[in-house]
Design a protein around this ligand. Sequence first.
Ligand SMILES: Nc1nc2c(ncn2[C@@H]2O[C@H](COP(=O)(O)OP(=O)(O)OP(=O)(O)O)[C@@H](O)[C@H]2O)c(=O)[nH]1
Ligand SMILES: [Mg+2]
Ligand SMILES: [Zn+2]
Length: 390
Amino acid sequence: MAKELTIAVIGHVDHGKSSLLAAMSSSFSKIGLTTMVPYEQIDLAASGNSGPGLKLNRAELKIAGKNRDYRLLDFPSHQDFIKSLVTSDSIDGILLVVSAADGTMPQTREHLQLAKEVGAASLVFVLNKADMVSAHLQDMVEAEVRGLLKEKGFPADKCPAVRGSALLARNCGCGQKDCPKCSFLFAVLEALDSIIEDPASESDKPLFFRIDESSEAPFGLTLAKGSILKGCVKKDDRARIILGGQVKEIAVKALETEGTQAEKACAVSQASLYIEGVKAGEMEGGAFITALTGNKPVKAFRALVYIFRKEESGRDTPFRSGLKADFSFWGTRTVGTFELPPDREMVMPGDSAIVSVKLASKFFAEDGFAFSISEGGKNIGIGKIVEVME
Ligand SMILES: Nc1nc2c(ncn2[C@@H]2O[C@H](COP(=O)(O)OP(=O)(O)OP(=O)(O)O)[C@@H](O)[C@H]2O)c(=O)[nH]1
Ligand SMILES: [Mg+2]
Ligand SMILES: [Zn+2]
């Protein structure tokens, strides 16, 4: 099976993101490279981080590249973009669309900032609406975009730029590589092939096992059933179990996958581990098993959060620095206090923000961990850690 990379299509309102996807869809479908999944309601309940009534809108275009597949995500609104950043496993690359007739705009800046925060570094940009302006003006806008990329910490000189008109390509839709209107779509695909690196395979990372269920097992062992989200686990491995902020060393005495004994199991799969060093009763409220080395329990982190609107059963008032809330990571819960950045007085329902969270006690967390936020038992938002702090 070809590798699949997730690419977020970003850019200011009306710069032509959806037109570009529509053009790619009609051209590439003629030559068997794509199938379009139109805007659909994706219920976040399936991702385990949902608040009641939270819906995510986005369109997905799957394109077969040279050696791997791309899943291009297009969002109808800024909020959908944020929610998707928070809930998607990872964004492997960015396709930035800038209208050559307008240049960079506030949302271009904001999207780039957020993409950078969640760790997406590989970027291709399309100077769209090239039919509307002269080549000279296009040069100026390209220079402006590179300046902004540099300012935001992207490798600006290495980001490929492709010029074209999504509108003309969409209207043609012939799927011919030598068509003057459609050829730039192929250039976009080649740019993605050339720049975006293959993501590290989940099984090459340190072990991260989420325990869903635990029980007593024979010989004084504890049976932990769950999912290997990252890395691999072998019989006789030593590992750590994380019970909230507590860390204990354990040994994996045996393991099973699909009901049969195994020597080794890797992400992403279900497994049952027979472990020594912890009792089933100690695992109430969720637990993880992780590799021995790697991250330590942390006292604080920075995160991208999305705060539900009232209609999403969220808060009906804004909050400021100092708000205490419960943060829950796959069923493990901890208390933390919000600290807003200096330029941010408050966060309104429906807003997103990069915030700091100070924890009441040390807690195991890693960059990229997703969480839900609740206050007095009520879900008020979702978030993703962008940086852990000791
Ligand atoms: N002349 C010209 N118009 C274009 C081009 N691409 C898109 N448009 C027009 O620009 C408008 C906005 O295009 P969309 O594709 O909806 O832009 P978008 O970035 O998806 O916009 P939002 O989803 O609202 O953020 C539409 O009227 C398009 O027909 C282009 O290359 N040339
Ligand atoms: Mg659109
Ligand atoms: Zn064409």
